[in-house]
Design a protein around this ligand. Structure first.
Ligand code: ZN
Ligand code: ZN
Length: 429
């Protein structure tokens, strides 16, 4: 699903790469909305065959696609009311529900038949809960070749999820390239930085406001804060998770311990990963409003990630003007968003149409990306190559054009055969 400028993404989202009747199955890599968000649109256009996913991906999609349908419907309603512009929502709740009817969850490393002549299996991509790389064995005229789709590649050492497992025996590879031109801060460094921010802010009597995506990043933050609290590395101040979607997502996480990284100390030792004495989950709107007026040091994790909407906006309206507070940015902030203006430390923010002086401290932690950086992707690819006899063509996807070009040049210099196909074009192998 494309997100961004309304008209541009609406047009892109309605353009399908092939007629629905030619589509025999969908094999989904993970639940992130840029990958799963258009599935209900397929259903709205008449698709009625199987959608494959890992079990955790299926359960995450149940809440994320319902949320997405809700946003589509609300958006269309808003435009109709405010601007007298009538747009058909991309899809509605009934299509999201029907998507879940068609979605089948399968375990990792278990071969399943997609269509005759095409077998698939999932290996862990280490990116978010349930994320996978897809291994496709394609048989034609008695010959089998293996096509691997990397999905979004995660990083070693990320909290909760296991490390990425590079697939074996690839003949051709479709690979993501999101951060093909940059390196991230280390995961351990991010943890230490988080502890420091919490200690400093609590000492000033302020609050730590953390805008975070409800699914994934929020659970990661709770998990890391839990482990820091167990070590006594942060003071005992209350932690509020203020987002109904994040609460639902936490429940889905708890339903999938099979996807947790059993080598992590906390996974082994803590009885409950996301529930402990300091953490409070607020579902109720009134409770959330009361929270934004409450006093004393605390941590508030609220949606949404780029601060444009969701409950975090209320907390920023109340809290941005107080120099004791810290706004802690743990994710990417796109241009033209409130999040970006906060990162740029603009002296006056516009929130709900009012001027709010930005007096709170702003801290940015760079190490929380769930995507592999350039070095990590080259490492992953190296392992795929070592475990494959005939790795031939590599097609790069999922990255901005200049980044893809740069990454292609890097990989070509390392001896790989790399191509960056345009969308809606065809390749064979
Ligand atoms: Zn993703
Ligand atoms: Zn993605």
């Amino acid at each position: 699903m494309f997100q961004g400028r309304r008209q541009e993404s609406a047009d892109k989202n309605r353009k399908l790469p092939l007629p629905i009747k030619d589509l025999d199955a969908v094999v989904l890599s993970h639940a992130h909305i840029d990958h799963s968000g258009r599935l209900p649109y397929l259903i709205a256009e008449g698709y009625s065959k199987t959608i494959w996913a890992t079990s955790a991906t299926r359960d995450l999609c149940a809440i994320m696609l319902a949320d997405s349908a809700h946003i589509q419907e609300k958006d269309a309603e808003f435009l109709a009311k405010r601007r007298k512009e009538f747009i058909e929502p991309l899809y509605g709740m009934r299509h999201a529900v029907r998507t879940m009817d068609l979605m089948v969850g399968v375990p990792y490393n278990k071969v399943f038949d997609v269509v005759p002549g095409l077998k698939a299996s999932y290996v862990d991509a280490g990116h978010i809960l349930g994320s996978a790389s897809v291994v496709l064995d394609c048989t034609e005229d008695g010959k089998t070749k293996r096509l691997v789709f990397s999905g979004d590649i995660g990083r070693s050492g990320l909290a909760i999820v296991r490390d990425p497992v590079p697939p074996e025996g690839a003949d051709a590879l479709i690979m993501e390239s999101t951060y093909g031109n940059r390196e991230h801060e280390s995961v351990d460094g991010a943890r230490a930085q988080l502890a420091q921010v919490v200690r400093d802010t609590a000492a000033r009597g302020g609050r730590v406001l953390i805008p975070a995506f409800a699914v994934g990043r929020t659970q990661e933050m709770v998990y890391v804060l839990h482990s820091l609290a167990r070590e006594g590395a942060i003071p005992s101040i209350p932690i509020y998770v203020d987002s109904p979607l994040a609460i639902d997502a936490t429940t889905v996480f708890e339903m999938h311990p099979e996807s947790f990284d059993k080598s992590e100390d906390m996974v082994q030792k803590a009885k409950e990963l996301f529930r402990f004495d300091l953490v409070h989950y607020t579902r109720d709107v009134e409770e959330s409003k009361a929270l934004s007026r409450a006093h004393g040091p605390m941590i508030i994790i609220a949606a949404s990630g780029m601060m444009e909407n969701g409950r975090i906006v209320h907390h920023l309206a109340q809290g941005a003007g107080d120099p004791r507070n810290t706004i802690l940015v743990v994710g990417f902030q796109a241009e033209h968003t409130l999040g970006r203006r906060v990162v740029e430390r603009q002296p006056i923010l516009q929130i709900f149409g009012e001027d709010v002086p930005l007096k709170a401290r702003v801290e940015v932690i760079d190490g929380y990306s769930a995507h592999a950086d350039r070095t990590e992707m080259i490492g992953w690819l190296g392992e795929v190559k070592d475990k494959s006899r005939n790795l031939g063509q590599i097609w790069l996807v999922h990255g901005e054009a200049p980044v893809q070009d740069e990454f292609r040049a890097t990989l070509t210099a390392l001896g790989y055969s790399v191509d960056c196909p345009e969308p809606h074009t065809r390749r064979t192998f």
